[in-house]
Design a protein around this ligand. Structure first.
Ligand code: DAT
Ligand code: MG
Length: 137
């Protein structure tokens, strides 16, 4: 059954001109891009999106970073979209992410780790509604 995942290229990925390269990886995997928008997040949206990390010492830095420039928000759709998108993205810390993954190939810094992907179908639905208000998940 087809599933939707929320994926977001973060400000460092956008600034470094990696949108085309990253979108191509999802397309080649077989995940279809069904909606996308370049947007700048309000700190309110950023705080909701990262609400599960509110008690972490890096929370404010994370909010400042994700609101510091444009992000490229996307919905990708396909079989096992959430799991497959996470597999393409790789582990949270790019320094530990294997080559071949997006974080492994393009990053070194855990704070500016290029890209976000939903970690569960429930969170995908929540994130799609937060970023694309008119979308039914
Ligand atoms: P992921 O993005 O792999 O789902 P997460 O949801 O645990 O990871 O954390 C969200 C983001 O918060 C992550 O992409 C980068 C930042 N982050 C996580 N752990 C961090 C840490 N120890 N120091 C700084 N930033 C961190
Ligand atoms: Mg996460």
């Amino acid at each position: 059954m087809s599933e939707k995942a929320f994926v977001m290229i973060k400000p460092d990925g956008v600034k470094r001109g990696l949108i085309g390269e990253i979108v191509g990886r999802f397309e080649r995997k077989g995940l279809q891009l069904v909606r996308a928008e370049l947007m700048q997040l309000s700190s309110e949206t950023a705080r909701i999106h990262y609400g599960h990390l509110q008690s972490k010492p890096f929370f404010q830095e994370l909010v400042d970073y994700i609101t510091s420039g444009f992000v490229f928000a996307m919905i990708v759709e396909g079989k096992g979209a959430v799991k497959n998108a996470r597999a393409l993205i790789g582990p949270t810390n790019p320094a530990e992410a294997p080559p071949g993954t997006i974080r492994g190939d393009y990053g070194l810094d855990v704070e500016a780790n290029i890209i976000h992907g939903s970690d569960s179908p429930d969170n995908a639905e929540r994130e799609i509604k937060l970023f694309f208000r008119s979308e039914s998940a």
